[in-house]
Design a protein around this ligand. Structure first.
Ligand code: HEC
Ligand code: HEC
Ligand code: HEC
Ligand code: HEC
Ligand code: HEC
Ligand code: HEC
Ligand code: HEC
Ligand code: HEC
Ligand code: HEC
Length: 277
């Protein structure tokens, strides 16, 4: 949408520049007469200079702008006037069922797709995020960007966690799945690697939970501050998943006593299968 609006201004400038000559200062006066809100030409950051624009390009831009008119996304059952798909016409249009069952009549149940659901999804607050009939946004969303999430989540609390301090205006859904997921906090694949070196690039063999990006099975949240921030210490970190009996059956481990496993093994990966240092 924002792109489209910029584009429209862009086109206006080009068209009028062709008619009235190319001095942005003069055009500004003419343009503001026709349109409100044409950016000041002195503000060179936000306005493309007309004489740098190729006319052939501007024609295709114009076509693109027409095609890119904000569309209304209409939910198919609403478009097809299948009102009875959701409303009970015998009961003055009351909803046939509560959400999420109402939506799962036609959509796959998220609880069968994902291990852990985002609470509003589980509780059936689908229409806190989606419009059931139509929307100007894709995916029938009511809001976009961070606003979608900060509608319920307290902005102060979210940005109190160090991890969010450097995200600027990045969409929350770049790192979190809005419906839920298999990983803690519904983290999307690649979330940690947006800021940290990718272990897949660094090591030939990547440790199972690292490959799955279940980093938070060993690490604590950034909210707890600096340091390696491990959930457990010493052998307990590893024996949380590995069977103690099995590990100590291997003769290499006979004499390690209470040595930390990471004295020999790299927790993330290595050049051999045993992820040894
Ligand atoms: C996919 C399910 C679905 C379909 C199909 C559907 N509705 Fe709805 N409708 C809802 C839900 C859910 C609400 C409650 C709004 C909310 O929770 O935000 C609603 C609310 C309404 C309301 C109350 C006012 C409002 O907009 O919130 C009217 C009126 C309405 N629908 C009319 C219709 C008509 C007419 C059709 C058919 C052309 C239709 N609906 C098709 C799900 C649907
Ligand atoms: C916290 C906001 C939020 C809630 C609550 C939510 N959704 Fe979504 N939904 C989204 C977003 C954002 C997308 C866009 C795709 C994406 O980012 O994964 C989406 C996409 C979808 C899609 C299309 C793409 C896909 O993933 O299949 C469907 C269908 C859908 N949601 C259904 C539902 C239903 C049904 C519920 C309730 C059980 C629900 N949503 C609750 C935010 C939400
Ligand atoms: C009567 C069947 C039906 C019901 C009930 C229904 N949907 Fe849909 N919905 C569809 C169909 C068909 C599509 C288009 C195909 C697809 O994406 O699965 C769709 C698409 C969507 C999309 C994706 C739109 C896009 O822009 O790609 C979302 C989001 C969605 N539905 C949410 C909901 C929510 C939330 C509910 C419950 C309030 C619901 N649906 C109930 C039939 C239904
Ligand atoms: C309709 C309200 C609502 C919206 C919108 C919403 N959430 Fe939530 N979310 C909740 C509730 C309620 C909880 C459970 C309580 C809590 O942890 O704050 C939760 C929990 C979470 C959690 C898990 C927190 C934890 O400590 O386990 C994450 C991560 C999350 N939401 C991310 C998002 C993202 C990303 C979006 C936007 C796509 C979003 N939420 C939009 C209501 C919402
Ligand atoms: C938005 C950027 C960002 C993302 C995404 C991110 N981190 Fe970090 N991480 C940082 C910054 C900045 C620091 C240093 C400050 C601190 O310790 O809080 C850090 C520090 C760490 C440390 C401590 C390292 C040390 O040398 O002290 C660990 C461990 C860590 N992150 C793990 C993770 C894991 C696991 C994930 C994914 C769940 C992740 N990070 C995602 C930015 C990020
Ligand atoms: C099996 C437990 C375990 C898993 C899983 C794990 N880590 Fe670590 N991580 C450690 C330990 C232990 C250290 C302390 C330094 C060391 O011993 O090498 C560490 C240190 C770090 C550090 C700081 C030092 C460094 O090596 O850069 C970062 C950053 C980090 N981990 C990120 C991650 C990310 C990102 C993931 C997931 C992709 C992850 N870790 C998964 C155990 C784990
Ligand atoms: C660059 C990736 C990234 C983006 C973008 C991002 N998050 Fe997170 N978020 C994470 C990671 C990684 C964690 C878990 C690790 C941690 O807390 O150290 C997390 C944790 C959370 C938690 C649970 C812990 C807490 O601090 O309460 C919530 C809730 C949450 N995020 C919501 C949001 C919301 C809302 C947005 C958008 C405003 C957002 N996130 C944007 C990566 C991201
Ligand atoms: C969250 C669970 C988890 C934790 C914690 C964990 N591991 Fe693992 N580890 C795995 C999984 C899963 C595999 C892959 C198993 C497979 O491929 O058969 C694995 C594989 C290994 C292997 C390779 C085994 C082989 O036969 O190739 C070694 C060595 C290893 N882990 C050592 C450690 C050490 C040392 C720690 C502590 C720093 C640790 N693990 C912590 C889950 C875990
Ligand atoms: C003194 C160094 C050393 C320490 C300490 C150590 N390991 Fe090992 N580990 C090895 C070596 C060497 C191998 C390769 C064994 C082989 O070639 O069969 C190995 C192999 C493994 C394997 C794969 C083979 C198997 O037995 O399944 C696992 C898993 C493993 N170690 C886990 C651990 C855990 C968990 C700890 C901590 C309790 C630990 N190791 C501590 C040196 C060590």
């Amino acid at each position: 949408m924002i792109f489209w609006r910029k584009c429209r201004i862009y086109i206006s400038v080009i068209t009028f520049s062709l008619l009235f000559g190319c001095s942005p200062e003069i055009n500004y006066k003419i343009l503001t007469f026709f349109f409100d809100g044409v950016p000041d030409p002195v503000d060179t950051e936000n306005i493309p200079l007309a004489d740098t624009i190729n006319i052939t390009d501007s024609t295709s831009e114009l076509t693109a702008a027409i095609v890119q008119k904000p569309e209304i996304y209409v939910h198919p059952p609403y478009k097809e006037k299948d009102c009875a798909g959701c409303h009970d016409q015998q009961k003055f249009g009351k909803l046939k069922e509560n959400q999420p069952a109402l939506c799962y009549q036609c959509h796959e149940n998220f609880s069968s797709l994902q291990h852990a659901l985002h609470p509003p999804v589980e509780a059936g607050f689908c229409t806190e995020c989606h419009n059931p009939h139509q929307s100007k946004e894709e995916n029938l969303l009511k809001r976009t960007g961070q606003k979608l999430c900060l509608y319920c989540h307290d902005q102060k609390l979210i940005f109190a966690n160090d991890i969010h301090k450097s995200i600027d205006d990045e969409d929350c859904t770049n790192c979190h799945d809005p419906h839920g997921g298999d990983n803690v906090y519904a983290l999307q694949a690649g979330s940690c690697y947006k800021c940290h070196l990718n272990f897949e690039d660094k090591y030939r063999f990547v440790h199972g939970p690292v490959a799955a990006e279940y980093c938070l099975e060993c690490h604590t949240s950034h909210a707890l501050g600096t340091g390696e921030r491990l959930l457990r210490e010493g052998q307990a970190l590893c024996l949380y998943c590995h069977d103690k009996k099995q590990v100590f059956q291997n003769s290499t481990h006979e004499d390690i006593d209470d040595m930390s496993c990471t004295e020999c093994h790299n927790p993330h990966g290595g050049d051999d299968q045993y992820i040894l240092y």
